[in-house]
Design a protein around this ligand. Sequence first.
Ligand code: HEC
Length: 135
Amino acid sequence: MKKIFIVTLLIVTTFVFVLAQQPNSIQQSVMRGKIVYTKYCLSCHQADGGGVPKLNPPLTAEEYINDKNKMIQIVLKGMTDRIAIDDEKYSNNMAPHNDLTNQQIADVLTYVRNSFGNNAGAVTVAEVQAVRNKK
Ligand code: HEC
């Protein structure tokens, strides 16, 4: 009886351990993405994603948050379109960040899409690679 208990305990422990190690769960990606965000995006878009009036837009506009490909493209190629969000325009330029790895871009966008009140899905490495391949 004792043996069965120990074996069961071992199996359960292993299972929990393996689950916790999953490298690409959304939470793990969000955690890594926050580090990328702090280093490369925070200075303009701010810690709360709220941006800076008239300079840098907030990262909460549905039009961008819900369009993965558009977001990936903006990070890879930058943006100088002078977009308007709620009638406000932003005069800064967004620099291209194509030196980030596919993993970093997937992580930072997964972080943005699941922070600041946003609730969109994850962005995967394959999706970033696909947008890169288009050029
Ligand atoms: C130098 C300041 C700056 C940095 C750094 C920067 N951005 Fe931007 N970002 C901007 C500006 C300015 C715009 C709007 C450009 C325009 O209107 O043409 C923008 C637009 C965007 C948009 C589309 C609009 C929106 O509000 O959703 C996204 C998404 C975005 N940035 C994400 C990021 C991410 C992710 C990073 C970090 C990898 C980043 N930005 C780094 C300034 C910056």
